[in-house]
Design a binder for this molecule. Structure first.
Ligand code: HEM
Ligand code: NAG
Ligand code: NAG
Length: 324
């Protein structure tokens, strides 16, 4: 009887000590020891085939984490067109991010069936694409479980908009346990990838009644953007590089661009124009090391947002379907 009690106590201590909710780097060390290598290989193959793999995968991770936590809910397809990925706010997530995770999951399932979550594969893939673009490497904490819910209606109000001010950005990131410094570092992801013209056309043609062109835009850059995105025929398929200087390299040139008025969105440029965040932008523009360190820290924190662990959620077999 007494022994049973002690055993129960030990089980309880063990269970709480392991902390439901805590991720660990070696989560799959016995159940799928090669998971990192398998994912890296699949991501590298996919990115050698398609240019957009790298930015699309990184952005997919961000959107997933900000909507119901990092639980691969954004991966789910719905025959009714009402899953998260169908929301207008999915802001045109590129299909190559989804495909990267699907390919990596297939490779992992072939070796360790039904053990590794899609959410963890997305977290690993997001780190791997940053490294492929010459960004910083960092260890990824694991142990996430996949979400059981994916609804377009849950997206609204949870993703930042390109028109956001500094305080709006800070408020939304703070809700996800991310500081202003984390937010500024993560915005550095805009050193890669593409944006469609309609996401920033307001800064070129209808900024305010006194100034149709946003005065915080570098004049030459504004001309360049107008040429790529003419007002009269805004082609919804036209997308331009978000970093006009080094669009395929994960570097701190994004911050140097902000200093010279070449931030593409209001939410980018405001990081420099608002005195409350300007010192951090100057720091990251000058010190690649400071940026890389802050980005790695912030990505690990982003990866903890709203995670499901232990007996919560599930391990999906197919990342695009919720197991019934
Ligand atoms: C700070 C607030 C943010 C805003 C307002 C924002 C907004 C946007 C918008 C409007 C686009 C263009 C989408 C399109 O037209 O196709 C975009 C692209 C992108 N964003 Fe963000 N974003 C933010 C933060 C982040 C963060 C934290 C990350 C990742 C850590 C990220 C990664 C990306 C990437 C990689 C792309 C390029 C996607 C591609 O080429 O497929 N963004 N973002
Ligand atoms: C994003 O949403 C739009 C509708 O708002 C939809 O047409 C598009 O297919 C969605 N993108 C993805 C990758 O699911
Ligand atoms: C933020 O951190 C607190 C304390 O660790 C945690 O309880 C909460 O769930 C976190 N919020 C999100 C959105 O992850």
């Amino acid at each position: 009887m007494e022994r049973g009690y002690i055993l129960l106590l030990m089980v309880l201590i063990f269970a709480t000590g392991r902390g439901e909710g805590e991720l660990v780097e070696n989560f799959y060390s016995s159940s799928c020891p090669n998971v990192e290598g398998i994912v890296r290989e699949a991501v590298s193959t996919k990115s050698s085939q398609t240019l957009t793999t790298i930015p699309a995968t990184l952005r997919l991770f961000f959107h997933d984490c900000f909507v119901t936590g990092c639980d691969a809910s954004t991966m789910v397809s719905s025959p009714n067109g009402d899953a998260e990925k169908d929301a207008p706010d999915n802001l045109s997530l590129a299909g190559d991010g989804f495909d990267t995770v699907v390919k990596a999951k297939e490779a992992v399932e072939a070796v360790c069936p039904q053990v590794v979550s899609c959410a963890d594969i997305l977290a690993l893939a997001a780190r791997d694409v940053v490294v492929l673009a010459e960004g910083p490497s960092f260890n990824v904490e694991l142990g996430r479980r996949d979400g059981m819910v994916s609804q377009a209606s849950l997206v609204k109000g949870n993703l930042p908009k390109p028109e956001f001010t500094l305080s709006q950005l800070n408020a939304m990131f703070a809700r996800n346990n991310l500081s202003q410094t984390d937010m500024i570092a993560l915005s550095g992801a805009h050193t890669l990838g593409f944006s469609h013209c309609n996401r920033f056309a307001n800064r070129l043609y209808s900024f305010s009644s006194s100034s149709p062109v946003d005065p915080s835009l570098n004049a030459d850059y504004a001309q360049q953007l107008m040429k790529a995105c003419p007002q009269d025929h805004v082609d919804p398929d036209v997308a331009i590089d978000m970093d006009p200087e080094t669009p395929r390299t994960f570097d701190n040139v994004y911050y140097q661009n902000l200093v010279s008025g070449k931030g593409l969105f209001t939410s980018d440029e405001v990081l420099f124009s608002d005195p409350a965040s300007q010192p951090t932008v100057y720091d990251f523009a000058k010190s690649s090391g400071d940026f890389r360190g802050a980005f790695a820290t912030a990505m690990r924190k982003l990866g903890r947002v709203g995670v499901k662990t232990g007996s919560q959620g599930s391990i999906r077999t197919d990342c695009t379907f919720i197991n019934s």
